[in-house]
Ligand binder design. Structure first.
Ligand code: ZN
Length: 357
């Protein structure tokens, strides 16, 4: 018997796991008996539904729940709830063509939900491989969602624009922003409905892009024998100066989500993952170490006033992040061997949530 089960949000990223049950002979009997019981219950509920012309889950629950549990001895509460849902589902599509109450075959397939069949899965966490070739540094941005220290602009060719801004994503988000402002000004119920739909759509788009970015970054790290490092955006709250990513708070959740996705996928692949202090990553010269606001003559541009190194600001920031990642990793793993300041040790890895902030 194969059972498909979709992992719940609580368990991390949605994943479908196929399980094969290998019951012992006594368990086979018990399962068969349970199937009989569930189908018997569904038929009882179905007759009640037909008799009273009640077909919605809610009304059917009121009508049939106590009755079916009384009539079918040994039927559990959750099994009764499932039987009611099955009956409502059966009538939802085919009611018009029915001449009499729907009868459920005694050995027909019974859908099991997560409450009926509690499956707890603990996936083995692979050992973290030593990042022998350093770290893939990732700069998260507003114009370009993510740029790696290798200069890759993500989420990729399908959506990225030129590295100096005005990428497709940015255009799309700005159009949405204007659309939102227009609808907010209307203050009607219809406008509010559209706003909710837009918010959902944008949320799904960002989540999808974050999946693409995190998958790319972790694969790249795996392929090249490196770890992954991002800026720690949680640690910067309460600072006097607001980080560039937090100036526009609209999508703070999306930056946090990208961190969560990347951390989760890195853990799953046994890739080293660290978060580093984001202070001055966009003003520091990765070649000579000179830190100055003057290194940033224009938005998106970096030119070191001391050594003349020039490049795109996001790429430069990603290089600094990569360097800090390697230093942070060394400090965590050989705390006595280096004189480097100890970085915040990464919190225990948890599967990312999907909640909007
Ligand atoms: Zn320099």
């Amino acid at each position: 018997m194969a059972i498909r089960r979709s992992a719940t949000k609580r368990h991390g990223l949605p994943a479908t796991v196929q399980l094969r049950l290998t019951p012992a002979p006594t368990q086979v009997d018990a399962l068969a008996a349970a199937v009989l019981l569930c189908n018997q219950a569904a038929t009882v509920v179905s007759r009640l539904a037909w008799q009273h012309r009640v077909f919605t889950v809610l009304e059917l629950h009121r009508l049939a729940y106590c009755e079916v549990r009384a009539q079918v001895a040994g039927l559990g509460a959750q099994a009764a709830v499932r039987a009611i849902a099955r009956v409502a589902g059966a009538y939802a599509n085919r009611r018009a063509s029915k001449k009499r109450a729907h009868i459920f075959r005694p050995h027909g397939a019974v859908p099991y939900d997560a409450r009926l069949l509690q499956v707890a899965l603990t996936l083995p966490k692979p050992a973290v491989r030593e990042p022998d070739h350093g770290f893939v540094g990732v700069d998260q941005g507003v114009a370009n969602l993510a740029v790696t220290c290798d200069g890759a602009v993500l989420p990729g060719p399908a959506l990225s624009g030129p590295i100096d801004g005005n990428g497709h994503v940015r255009t799309l988000r700005e159009r949405r922003h204007r659309q939102r402002r227009r609808l907010q000004a209307k203050e009607t119920a219809a406008a509010r409905r559209v706003l909710r739909r837009l918010a959902g759509r944008e949320h799904r788009m960002m989540t999808d892009l974050n999946h693409q970015i995190s998958t790319f970054v972790v694969r790249e790290a795996e392929r090249t024998g490196r770890g992954v490092v991002l800026e720690d955006l949680q640690g910067i709250r309460g600072r006097v100066r607001v980080h560039r990513l937090q100036r526009r708070t609209l999508h703070t959740w999306a930056f946090a989500q990208q961190i969560a996705f990347t951390r989760y996928k890195a853990d799953r692949a046994g890739i080293a993952f660290v978060l580093v202090d984001p202070a001055y990553t966009s003003q520091t010269c990765p070649d000579c170490g000179h830190v100055s606001r003057a290194n940033r003559p224009a938005r998106g541009r970096f030119i070191c006033t001391r050594c003349g190194l020039a490049g795109h600001a996001d790429h430069i920031a990603a290089r600094n992040i990569a360097t800090r990642g390697a230093a942070g990793w060394a400090a965590i793993n050989q705390p006595h061997a280096t004189g480097l300041p100890s970085p915040r040790r990464d919190r225990e890895s948890k599967p990312p949530g999907f909640n909007r902030q």
